[in-house]
Design a protein. Structure first.
Length: 340
């Protein structure tokens, strides 16, 4: 449950960011103030079209209006980023010379940690990363750009619902939205309109409706096809199959960006041409009882043969038969054959 503060009753979790004059204990920490100052550095960035822009808006608001994120998601991730960066700066050893300024090393470490899986994904698919920052030769505005990448990824994650179970799907989404972010920062002009570039998710709830909804609906329908887990695995795609699709280059060719809702990816299994299983397909039958427990059957068969060898000697007790050199050799050969 969030707290309420102020005359308008704004909801907040830990820090009342809407009320900087509040005498809240968190504002007494210079690291928190440094993180807040960093995300308010909108500067001369081009403002989202058709949006009233109050002075208190920050980089999270900027991303929210440009990419169509929900207000509650923006509020949650704003606090998430501030608390994380402030906590990381508190742990710096030795502490920075000026604790009232966000240390660029703190942000760089957080960005690399947060986007580590994305970098591996790009490397695996042979794609150039959409993160346009040279860590070896950082520029003056790289701190703000780095904050925008971090905030964009967390905003994507915060509003992705069940898509969070498909981390490579999030990489695909972030890859394209980060590229759109770069186009905004580099003042690209949309060739089709002749105007400044605007992301295709721009607008109220644009990200939810144009990206999350179609993929989520596909997952939901596939789960319904499972008939509560009773249908064969080959008859429906699970989360692993959906996620594995984004490990292949065909997601760029078929799904595209802006997302093509006519793609075969969105066709549910069993209906016309669709994207099938991407990994191993388990075919369940009665014989799975023997296949899944094959080692147990082998061990039981081995013990049966050993028991027959011992009984064949006709001794009163089993250990008397094991004294025989011939029995020892036969049992050893048996174990040797099974092992090979």
């Amino acid at each position: 449950m969030g707290h309420r503060a102020g005359e308008r009753g704004e909801v907040y979790n830990i820090i009342p960011l809407h009320d900087p004059l509040n005498n809240h204990p968190s504002f007494r920490n210079p690291e928190v103030r440094a993180a807040i100052t960093a995300i308010r550095n909108v500067g001369d960035l081009r403002k989202p079209p058709n949006v009233r822009w109050p002075d208190e808006y920050d980089l999270l608001d900027w991303l929210g209006h440009f990419f169509g994120f929900q207000n509650d998601n923006v509020s949650n991730q704003r606090e998430h980023i501030i608390l994380h960066l402030a906590s990381a700066q508190m742990r710096l050893s030795p502490p920075p010379n000026n604790v009232d300024i966000l240390d660029i090393a703190v942000l760089g470490h957080f960005r690399r940690y947060l986007l580590k899986n994305y970098r591996h994904w790009c490397s695996y698919l042979g794609r150039r990363s959409s993160i346009w920052i040279n860590d070896r030769r950082p520029k003056e505005d790289d701190q703000r750009r780095g904050l925008l990448y971090v905030a964009l990824y967390l905003l994507i994650w915060g509003e992705s619902a069940n898509l969070r179970f498909c981390p490579e799907c999030l990489c695909y989404i972030f890859h394209h939205m980060a590229m759109e972010l770069n186009k905004i920062l580099e003042d690209y002009v949309d060739e089709s309109t002749g105007r400044s570039f605007v992301p295709f998710t721009s607008g109220t709830n644009g990200y939810l409706n144009r990206v999350v909804r179609p993929i989520y609906e596909t997952i939901r329908k596939e789960v319904e096809n499972s008939k509560n887990g009773t249908a064969p695995h080959s008859a429906w795609r699970n989360y692993d199959d959906i996620n594995e699709y984004f490990w292949t280059k065909r997601c760029f060719e078929k799904l595209k960006w802006p997302i093509d809702e006519g793609s075969t990816f969105f066709v549910v299994s069993g209906r016309r041409k669709h994207v099938g299983k991407t990994g191993f397909v388990e075919q369940r039958s009665f014989w799975n009882l023997f296949r899944s427990l094959d080692r147990i059957w082998v061990v039981l068969l081995l013990f049966l043969q050993v028991a027959i060898l011992i009984a064949w000697e006709g001794k009163d007790y089993p250990w008397q038969a094991l004294i025989s050199r011939d029995v020892q050799v036969m049992i050893f050969r048996l174990f040797l054959i099974i092992d090979t």
